[in-house]
Design a protein around this ligand. Structure first.
Ligand SMILES: NC(=O)c1ccc[n+]([C@@H]2O[C@H](COP(=O)([O-])OP(=O)(O)OC[C@H]3O[C@@H](n4cnc5c(N)ncnc54)[C@H](OP(=O)(O)O)[C@@H]3O)[C@@H](O)[C@H]2O)c1
Length: 507
């Protein structure tokens, strides 16, 4: 049986047999996301008849142990649904493990040999087509890129070779440029897949469809009708065991550089001529490039930073950021950030984009709200419309998934009284189909060679330019760090950012 994959612009591609190599096979991402995604793709019959998955990490596992550990991981991810033994047997026989240190050159030759052995016992194409996934410490990326780049260059039986690079992609503009240069030394840009798992989410992909498959929204999607746009990504979790990483990153680098600016780009980009990787990414780069780089004065006026103190989340007392493991007791790392950004182009001139993200907030929520301008004139008595709010369109990404349009409607009764009501579409109640996890979408697309939902080198650099300008201004000490209790929606100071008469979409 031949496996086919339909790309976003409708092209049907035959999926060729391949090997996927996961660096960081014993890590959290592999266990929670990558292996369950591959299991689901196998169950759905989306993968070619022949493929193999090789895990690499330092610990001394073997194939049998890898299979046992990954079975535990899949069972945990599936929960009560339980493993389908027939699917598992089909999947497990394709799992292999090669112990090795990323900093040891012999790891790459042993990996190459392992792929050759597997190809010899399955199909030559399993050896020819290769997807390398960097699911390990970012400090190891340079060694892995060099090792894999040399391996690729030395191959005589080359089919395709692709490399998926996890976030964080650098920690500032300069390091991102260096990483891009290193990748470019060994790989063509078409082989490089920089992953931002937000782009694999069903609801994020729906932003495209919503904007560009409907005739009614695009004509009003501009400065003439939109007052402001708000993007909130709030988490209830703290930094957990990632204190050391987070100390270096903070909310701005960890969330804004990638997820929030990607959401902003999808909302604000011009319609691409086609749904192909370059057409879509050209438009995203253009819009990111239209955000003016703020100087210190602009950052002072247009950003708020916060850090959580001890509080209560979901009824449980939780420690403050400074009490977390591997966090310096006098750390000034922000766990919350709110920004007011502008986009200097014809569509968006004068429309503020407000974005906020934080940890240990009251609710877990990812939401984009488009606030429209008020009707220019209301032919009603003032008492009829005391609470009438402007129209808004909410794109809910998680945990609720769907779209809500808020409109004014007449309250039944003899008098004219108007209040807002919601027209809502919910994924869960509308569609019977299972929503695949983001990693399922993105892995399948990388296997099919469709990079539309992966970020390009210039796109990552455009996002880092904005974030680095803000970061540099903060380093000059111009913006105070506001404490906020865990379980709140961030520091009070965020409210003045919006200006009069506006409220944050996430509370
Ligand atoms: N976890 C998530 O949900 C998540 C989400 C988004 C992005 N990411 C990104 O994904 C990457 C992996 O994250 P993670 O949470 O899975 O990390 P992790 O749990 O700390 O796992 C790290 C993996 O790397 C291996 N490793 C460490 N040093 C090595 C070396 N010198 N040579 C070879 N292997 C080595 C470890 O195994 P050994 O100790 O056996 O070598 C382990 O398998 C990071 O870039 C992270 O930012 C993770």
């Amino acid at each position: 049986m031949i496996s086919m994959h339909q790309t976003r612009d409708g092209e049907r591609r035959v999926l060729q047999p391949f090997t996927m190599v996961i660096f960081g096979a014993s890590g959290d991402l592999t266990e929670r996301k990558l292996i369950p995604a591959l299991y689901h793709l196998t169950a759905g019959g989306h993968l070619p008849v022949e493929f193999s998955v090789i895990g690499v990490a330092r610990r001394k596992w073997d194939d049998a142990y890898m299979r046992a550990k990954m079975r535990e991981a899949v069972a945990k991810a599936l929960g009560p649904e339980g493993i389908d033994e027939r699917v598992w047997d089909d999947f497990a026989r394709r799992l292999y493990y090669v112990p090795g240190d990323a900093t040891d050159p012999s790891t790459f030759s042993r990996l190459d040999q392992a792929i050759a052995d597997i190809a010899a016992s399955t199909s030559p194409e399993v050896g020819r087509n290769r997807l390398y996934y960097l699911a390990t410490l970012p400090s190891l990326y340079p060694k892995l890129i060099e090792g894999l780049g040399e391996l690729e260059a030395a191959r005589s039986d080359r089919g395709w070779g692709r490399i998926i690079v996890e976030k964080p992609f650098g920690h500032d503009l300069e390091s991102a440029i260096q990483l891009n240069r290193l990748l470019a030394r060994y790989f063509d840009e078409s082989q490089v897949y920089r992953i931002d798992h937000y782009l694999g989410k069903e609801t994020v992909q729906n932003i495209f469809v919503f904007r560009f498959a409907n005739g009614i929204f695009e004509p009003i999607w501009n400065r003439n009708y939109i007052d402001n746009v708000q993007i909130t990504v709030s988490e209830t979790l703290g930094v957990g065991h990632r204190g050391a990483y987070y100390e270096e990153a903070g909310a701005l680098r960890d969330m804004v550089q990638n997820h929030l600016l990607q959401l902003l780009a999808l909302v604000a980009m011009e319609p691409p001529a086609s749904f192909t990787a370059d057409a879509v990414r050209n438009e995203k780069v253009k819009v990111l490039g239209s955000i003016p780089l703020p100087d210190v004065e602009a950052v002072t006026k247009n950003s708020v930073r916060g850090q959580y103190t001890a509080g209560v989340v979901g009824g449980e007392p939780v420690p403050g950021y400074l009490q977390e493991a591997n966090v310096s007791p006098d750390s000034t790392t922000e766990t919350y950030v709110a920004l007011r950004l502008g986009i200097d182009n014809w569509r968006w001139a004068g429309v503020p984009f407000f974005i906020q993200t934080g940890k240990r907030m009251a609710t877990r929520c990812s939401r984009i709200t488009i606030y429209f301008k008020r009707a220019p004139h209301l032919p009603f008595q003032r008492f009829a419309v005391p609470d009438l709010k402007p129209n808004s369109l909410v794109l809910n990404i998680q945990p609720e998934q769907g779209v809500t349009l808020s409109i004014g409607a007449k309250v039944p009764g003899p008098q004219v009284r108007i209040r807002n009501v919601d027209m809502t579409f919910e994924y869960e109640s509308t569609f019977k189909e299972r929503s695949p996890d983001a990693y399922e979408h993105l892995l399948l697309e990388a296997i099919a060679g469709d990079a539309t939902m992966y970020t390009r080198a210039d796109e990552v650099e455009a996002a880092w330019k904005i974030v680095t300008a803000i970061r540099n201004a903060w380093d000059e000490g111009a913006v105070p760090l506001h404490p906020y209790p865990a379980g709140s929606m961030g520091p009070e100071a965020k409210r003045w950012l919006l200006g009069r008469g506006r409220v944050w979409n996430g509370g």
